[in-house]
Design a protein around this ligand. Structure first.
Ligand code: PMP
Length: 455
């Protein structure tokens, strides 16, 4: 149990909300105006779920920083929940966008950039063939569609606590040993649990039992879970996962959308994973709507055979959107892969994240808190449990939303943004050591205030 009283949390939250409202008159005014034209006062409804009493409106962002409409400056450790993993508006991407802006945005035809990007992706991630989608959600959805088509099986297996975008089949949880729809879903056409099976992460026996019926088309997973707090794989778990999926004729899809922060070739390269399909989105084109998925020659043969079987004259496979792989994003993707996602950029991100994780551990120890720190590449997370969780359920059990929201708002009011809904922090190539220190000092003050009970 965290030795911080709910009363202290509530008191701190009330004080910080008042402070935010007083300090942000322009955000408050825009929020009021927005309610007349935007549902819930935001362009996408979940943008009102942050810890601030009204949305924080941004005026501009660059590198590791952004400015709000009240002219406050922030250090950004959220970075668009990884969409800006390589900093806001990296110069080579901004220049590529400016160049392409006058040369055609979308034509529904490929250009040379597409070919270069295919070659760059193949070299970087080790899978020979690629397709381009608009969002990571789409890339995962298409990967699952192809997996079903290739295997002729219907079931998708995911790990409890997963998030892979708004892909219906992945909106499931494990409750008392059963696969159920996760709570909060709205307007589903069918029960997502019908098409899916869920097992705990790091549980080879449950995985084997779930694959044994021979009806699972694909396992879709992140190399480490990053959306329920962070959960790292046990040593050997990926080896077992690969071995079991091969044995049961199930394809393995690895979603590296977030874990791209670990290594220039993702965990797939760093840990020598052997996915049949690999999906990536968000940061891959510097934060433009672009996602990619790569696959093996065997999968490609299966895809071609499925196309033959479907004999789809006009290509109505049910996959693809008009703006996918448009000229603008392909030009930005090329610039990002060649000039932004460099070894040097990663070396810096990893170094700062390591310093941050070490600083967090010291801070937790100094305050004798029963919390832990999980570290993965350029990202790290503090969780309200004494040992790093091994499953999504353990990670979820450690959630303390009031405490998390109070800490986040305290940081925001002092010019620091971390990823909402849990406690994830990401360092980008522009993140400076002083900014990491500033985060640690400010968090230290927040914790001290909460422990003193004075909120
Ligand atoms: N995969 C993972 C691992 C993610 O974390 C997310 C989004 N957080 C997605 C896919 C979906 O990305 P998008 O919302 O850009 O479609």
């Amino acid at each position: 149990m965290t030795p911080i009283s709910p009363t202290a949390v509530a008191r701190l939250m009330a004080r910080e909300e008042a402070r935010f409202l007083a300090a942000n008159p322009n955000s408050v005014a825009l929020a009021g105006r927005a309610r007349h034209s935007l549902f819930g006062g935001v362009p996408m409804h979940w943008m009102s779920d942050w810890s601030t009493p009204v949305p924080l409106f941004v005026s501009q962002a660059q590198g590791a920083r952004f400015t709000d409409v009240d002219d406050h400056d922030y250090v950004d450790f959220c970075l668009g929940d990884t969409g800006s993993m390589f900093g806001h508006s990296p110069l080579p991407v901004a220049e590529a966008i400016a160049r392409q802006a006058y040369l055609g945005l979308t034509t529904m035809l490929p250009g040379e950039d597409a070919v270069v990007c295919g070659e760059l992706l193949a070299e970087r991630f080790g899978l020979p063939l690629w397709q381009v989608a608009a969002t990571a959600t789409d890339a995962n959805r298409y990967a699952l569609r192809w997996a079903r088509a290739i295997t002729g099986r219907s079931v998708v297996l995911v790990f409890d606590g997963c998030y892979h975008g708004t892909v219906e089949e992945t909106m499931v949880r494990l409750r008392e040993g059963k696969t159920v729809a996760r709570s909060g879903l709205i307007g589903m056409g069918s029960d997502p649990a019908l098409a899916s099976r869920v097992v705990p992460f790091n549980d080879p026996a449950a995985l084997e039992a779930a694959l044994a019926p021979g009806d699972v088309a694909a396992v879709l997973c992140e190399p480490a879970m990053t959306n329920i707090g962070m959960v790292l794989p046990d040593p050997g778990f990926h080896h077992t996962l690969r071995e079991l999926t091969r044995r049961h004729g199930t394809l393995l899809i690895i979603d590296e959308t977030h874990t791209l922060s670990t290594h220039p070739g993702g965990c797939t390269r760093a840990w020598s994973l052997e996915p049949d399909l690999l999906t990536l989105g968000k940061a891959i084109a510097g934060g433009l709507p672009c996602a990619v998925f790569g696959f093996t020659q065997e999968v490609a043969s299966g895809m071609a055979a499925a196309q033959d079987r479907a004999a789809s004259g006009h290509g109505h496979s049910g996959m693809g959107t008009t703006l996918s792989a448009n000229a603008m994003v392909m030009h930005a993707l090329r610039a990002n892969l060649t000039r932004v996602m460099t070894q040097a950029a990663y070396a810096h991100m990893l170094h700062e994240a390591r310093r941050l994780a070490e600083g967090l551990r010291r801070l937790i120890e100094r305050h004798a808190l029963p919390w832990s720190v999980t570290e993965l590449g350029a990202r790290c997370e503090f969780q309200f449990c004494p040992a790093p969780p091994r499953t999504g359920a353990e990670a979820e059990a450690a959630f303390d939303d009031p405490l998390q929201r109070a800490l986040h708002l305290y940081l925001i009011n002092r010019g620091i943004l971390i990823t909402p809904f849990h406690n994830m922090m990401l360092c980008c190539p522009e993140t400076r050591s002083e900014q990491v220190d500033q985060l640690l000092t400010t968090l230290d003050e927040a914790i001290a205030a909460l422990l003193a009970g004075d909120g």
